[in-house]
Design a binder for this molecule. Structure first.
Ligand code: PEP
Ligand code: MN
Length: 263
């Protein structure tokens, strides 16, 4: 169902009026994790100030260590919804349990399925059973074919509002957190009719690479870019080394919008 052979026109995913897949670039910013209302509202104000619409923030955080901050859960979703209403933004957040998908529909504009859950088939089926856009991230050890099949699981249940997101894969290279598989973007665009995003934060894990990676993503045909922004990354409860602060976000936006690849 996701195959370009089945449908030649691009799928456009409508997120509160933001038409993802329309040929323009769609940018998503926000903290790694929702920590407080004030923290999310501060970033939302900056996002709004740039004329952008899409805000991200994790409420259920799939952390490598069980002793690390696991997210605020439902409280985090409530904060996101409040901020989205106050700033007229659309919010994207990860859900990790099939049992929480129905509940999340009331709080979120886009449900994210994270890299660690790309082949959690029960979660994919649950995501396919609701009428809400899904942002599906590539697993860190998933082939492009496996990634496409994961999207197929969602669409097979009846939900065709899917955005694919390349977020880097694990290789032997340690200079970056993951290896951004930039060629996955045109391959996914050729093989499927779905919009494709690139998460420059988790793929590189390096603040200094966010801007060049974002330019590369747009140049190669990505429909959008996701990056993490935190009011004070030094004290962030997760991904402290790679989130941009508000000044860096400002610089990132100026540079990206004046680059040859801005759309
Ligand atoms: C995230 O976007 O918050 C996240 C955890 O990313 P990933 O699933 O790609 O690691
Ligand atoms: Mn993160």
């Amino acid at each position: 169902l996701v195959s370009r052979k089945k449908k030649s026109e691009n799928t456009i995913v409508d997120v509160k009026g933001e038409k993802i897949g329309d040929g323009k670039s769609h940018l998503v910013f926000g903290p790694c994790a929702v920590e407080s209302y004030e923290q999310v509202a501060t970033v939302a104000e900056a996002v709004k100030g740039k004329g952008l619409k899409l805000l991200r923030g994790g409420a259920f955080k799939p952390r490598t260590s069980p002793y690390d901050f696991q997210g605020l859960g439902l409280e985090g979703l409530k904060i996101l919804k409040r901020v989205a209403d106050e700033y007229d933004l659309a919010v994207i957040s990860e859900i990790v349990s099939p049992n929480d998908i129905e509940m999340a529909v009331d709080y979120l504009d886009v449900i994210q399925i994270g890299a660690r859950n790309m082949q959690n088939f029960e979660l994919l089926k649950a995501a396919g059973s609701v009428n809400k856009p899904i942002l599906l991230k590539r697993g860190m050890a998933a082939t492009i074919e496996e990634f496409i099949n994961a999207a197929e699981y969602i669409m097979a249940q009846g939900n065709g509002q899917i955005i694919l997101c390349e977020r880097g894969i694990r290789t032997y290279e340690r200079a970056t957190r993951n290896t951004l598989d930039i060629s996955a973007v045109p391959i996914l665009k050729q093989e499927t009719h779905l919009p494709v995003f690139v998460d420059v934060t988790h793929s590189t894990g390096r603040r200094d690479l966010l801007l060049p990676a974002a330019k590369a993503a747009l140049a190669i045909g990505a429909d959008g870019v996701m990056a993490e922004v935190h009011p004070d990354p030094a004290v962030a409860l997760s991904d402290s080394a790679q989130q941009m602060d508000l000044n860096q976000f400002d610089h990132f936006m100026k540079e990206l919008s004046t680059s040859a690849f801005a759309r």
